[in-house]
Design a protein around this ligand. Sequence first.
Ligand SMILES: NC(=O)C1=CN([C@@H]2O[C@H](COP(=O)(O)OP(=O)(O)OC[C@H]3O[C@@H](n4cnc5c(N)ncnc54)[C@H](OP(=O)(O)O)[C@@H]3O)[C@@H](O)[C@H]2O)C=CC1
Ligand SMILES: O=C(CO)[C@H](O)[C@H](O)COP(=O)(O)O
Length: 472
Amino acid sequence: MAARFGMIGLGTMGRNLVLNIADHGFEVCGYDRDEHQRKITEAAGKGKPVSTAASSAELVAKLETPRIIMLLVPAGKIVDAVIGELVPQLQKGDILIDGGNSHFIDTERRYQELQNSGIHFIGMGVSGGEDGARFGPSMMPGGNKESYELVKDILEAIAARAEGEPCVAYMGHTAAGHYVKMVHNGIEYAVMQMISEVYGLLKNEGMTNAQFAHLFEEWNQGELQSFLIEITAAIFKEKDPETGKDLIDLILDKAKQKGTGLWTSESSLELNVPLPTIDIAVSMRYLSALKDERTAFSKLYDHQNQKTGTNLEALKDICRDALHFSFMLAYAQGLELLQVASANYNYEIDIKTVVKVWRGGCIIRSVLLKDLFNAYEKEPALTNIIGSTQFSGVLKEKRKAIVQFLKTAMDAGVAASSISSILNYFDAYTTERLPANLIQAQRDLFGAHTYERIDKPGSFHTDWPYTPAEAK
Ligand SMILES: NC(=O)C1=CN([C@@H]2O[C@H](COP(=O)(O)OP(=O)(O)OC[C@H]3O[C@@H](n4cnc5c(N)ncnc54)[C@H](OP(=O)(O)O)[C@@H]3O)[C@@H](O)[C@H]2O)C=CC1
Ligand SMILES: O=C(CO)[C@H](O)[C@H](O)COP(=O)(O)O
C-alpha cells in the first residue's frame, strides 16, 4: 500500500512524528541516511502503518501522489542538500514541508527557488520536543495558504489540542512559519533564563532541591502554570543513577544553544524592535560558557553569594510575582517583534492565531496565553500588552515584587540580568521623557547628526561652542 506521508530524518523529532502520524491512521514511510535510525523507527512502529526506505528514491517511489514529504533534518546546508536531492525526483503538485528550525531567510530563499517548479514548499516550525512530536506538537506552517490546505487534515490530526482546538494553523506567507517558531524560541530562551535566575537567588538563600520541586509544583497551579515551570519541578526530583545524588547538582553550569535565540535578537535589531530580555538570555548563555574565566575571576572578588537572611516564605512570593511580571513582558517583547516583522515582510501574521497555536504542545505553552488572546481580541490594534487595559493593572501591581526581587538579588551578589532587563524595559517603555535628548545633543555636537525639538517640527543642528582639549 502506498504511503500517504513521507518523512526524511528519523532522529528525535522525525521518528516521533512518524509514530504520531501512524497512530492517527495515516500510512507513513520514513527515510534516514543512518541505518540505525531506520531500524529504531521500524521497531517502534511495529504493528502500526509505518515503513522505512533506504534511500530518498525508494521513499519517493513508496508515496502516493501528490507526495507529501516532511524534512526533519538538522537546519542549514543539510536542508539544501536534501531538497537538492529530492526535487529532481518530484513532480508538480508534490508538497515539501521543512519542519526543522530553519532560519527564516533560508526558508524565504527556498520558497522562491521552488516557485517555478510547481512543488509546494511549506516552512513549518514544530515545537514540543520529543514528547510533543510523539503525542501532539504545536505546529506553525507558513507558505501559501493553498499548500497548507493540502496537508491540513494530517497536521490537525497529529497536533496537540487546547480547549478542543488543534494547535496548528496557517501562520502567513513565505517564511512566516519559521519566523513565528524563531520568536517562540526567543521567548523560550528568556523564560528559561528568568526561571534560572529565580533558582539562583532562592538557592543562595538556602532552598533545597526537594523544596524547589514542591515550590515549582505549587507555582504550576497558579498564574505561572506552564510547561517550563512543570518540567522544572520534575528536574529537581531526579536522582543521578550512578551516585544517588540530585542530578541537577551534577550538571555543569554551561548553557548551550543552537542559534534560534540569537536569530531572534539579530532580527529584532534589524527591525528596530527592543527585545532586551531575549538579547540578555542569549548573552547569558555565552557568559555561562566562560566557565574557566568565571572560576578564575571569582577568586578576585568577594561580593558573590552573600546570604541576605530574607525570610524564605516572603521571598518565595516575591519570586512568584517577579516571574509573573517577567513572563508577561517576555511574551510581550516577542509578540511585538512578530507584528513588526509581519508588516515588514508582508507575512500577514495574525497574533491571535499565533497565541492560540502556542496554547498547547509547545515549549512556551502557558496559562498566560489565554490572557494574551483575550487582550488582543479586545484591543486588536494593540502593539504591546503594556498598553492594554487588561494587563496594566496587574503589571502595576507586580512591579513592586520585581523591585524587591532585584534589591535582594543585588544585596546577595546573585546575577539576575534578564529579570533586571525586564524591569528596565518596562520602566523605560512607560516613561514619557527619557534622557535620550542628551544622546541626540552629543551626536549633533560630535557628528552634526542633527536633532528634533519638542517645541517645533523639523531637523536642527547647533554650532556647539565647544573646542576639543587637544585643539586648545
Ligand atoms: N530536538 C528537539 O527538541 C527539536 C528539534 N527541532 C528541529 O528539528 C530538526 C531535527 O531535529 P532532531 O530530530 O532533534 O535532530 P536529530 O539529529 O535527532 O535527527 C536528525 C536526523 O536526520 C538525519 N539526517 C541528516 N542528514 C540527512 C540526510 N541528508 N538524509 C537523510 N537523513 C539525514 C540524521 O542522521 P545522522 O545522524 O546520520 O546525521 C539524524 O538521524 C532540527 O532542525 C531541529 O532544530 C525542532 C523542535 C524541537
Ligand atoms: O526548538 C526547540 C524547542 O522549541 C529545540 O529544542 C531547540 O533546539 C532549543 O534551542 P537551543 O538548542 O538553542 O536551546
